[in-house]
Design a protein around this ligand. Structure first.
Ligand code: ZN
Length: 198
C-alpha cells in the first residue's frame, strides 16, 4: 500500500502542485495539518488536492478544525482524522491534530492525552500527528528549543506504534529519529511516499 504523507503546505502553491501530482501515484493521502496560514486558505488548498484520491486529514494549529470537519462531511473522499482512526490493509492509522495553544486550533497536553487514550489498544498502529513527540530530533527548532508534545512522547514510549509521522516543525522537514522501537518522521510540505506492508 503506497501512502503519501504531507504537512505544512501553508498555501504554498509550488508545494500544493507537487502534492497534487504525487497523489496520483499512491493509494491514499494523509494530510498532517497546516494547509492554511493563520486560519486562511484551507478550502482553497484542499480544492487543489481534490484529484480523485481518498485523503485522511488532520487539522494543524493553523487550520480551523470546525471548517475542516465540515469540508470532510461535505466531500466523499475527504476524511477527518483528528481523534479518529482508520484501518487500511490491516494497518490502523490514528490521528491527533492541532498544536499547543497560541494559534487557531489549540489542543492542550491534557486533551491530547485524552485523544491518544483511544489508540492505546489498537494493533498495527501508525500514529499521525501534526505536532511531533517532545525532546527528539523531529521537534527541534532552529534555536535549539523543543516544541513537541510530552503526551505524544509518553504514548510512543508506552505503546511503541509501528511509526509516527508528523509535521509542524518546518526546520525539521525530512528529519527522522527513534523513540524506543518506533521511528519518527517529519514529512514536510513536499511530501513523503511510504510503501507500507501489512
Ligand atoms: Zn503547525
Amino acid at each position: 500500500m503506497k501512502i503519501l504523507f504531507f504537512a505544512d503546505l501553508h498555501q504554498d502553491s509550488g508545494a500544493i502542485s507537487q502534492i497534487a501530482v504525487l497523489l496520483k501515484d499512491v493509494d491514499y493521502g494523509f494530510g498532517l495539518g497546516d494547509y492554511a496560514s493563520f486560519g486562511t486558505g484551507l478550502q482553497d488548498t484542499l480544492d487543489h488536492l481534490d484529484v480523485g484520491k481518498e485523503l485522511y486529514l488532520l487539522p494543524g494549529n493553523h487550520d480551523d478544525a470546525e471548517e475542516l470537519k465540515i469540508i470532510c462531511l461535505e466531500h466523499d473522499r475527504f476524511h477527518y482524522l483528528h481523534g479518529e482512526h482508520i484501518t487500511l490493509d490491516k494497518i490502523t492509522f490514528g490521528g491527533l491534530g492541532g498544536g499547543l495553544p497560541g494559534l487557531p486550533f489549540a489542543v492542550t497536553e491534557e486533551n491530547a492525552r485524552r485523544i491518544l487514550e483511544r489508540f492505546y489498544y489498537l494493533e498495527n498502529l501508525i500514529l499521525c500527528t501534526h505536532t511531533p513527540p517532545y525532546g527528539t530530533n523531529v521537534d527541534l527548532t532552529w534555536n535549539g528549543s523543543h516544541i513537541g508534545y510530552h503526551s505524544v512522547r509518553d504514548f510512543v514510549i508506552e505503546v511503541q506504534p509501528l511509526g509516527v509521522y508528523s509535521g509542524h516543525v518546518h526546520e525539521a522537514e525530512g528529519k527522522t529519529d527513534w523513540l524506543k522501537g518506533t521511528e519518527l518522521v517529519v514529512v514536510g510540505r513536499y511530501g513523503l511516499i511510504v510503501d507500507i506492508d501489512s
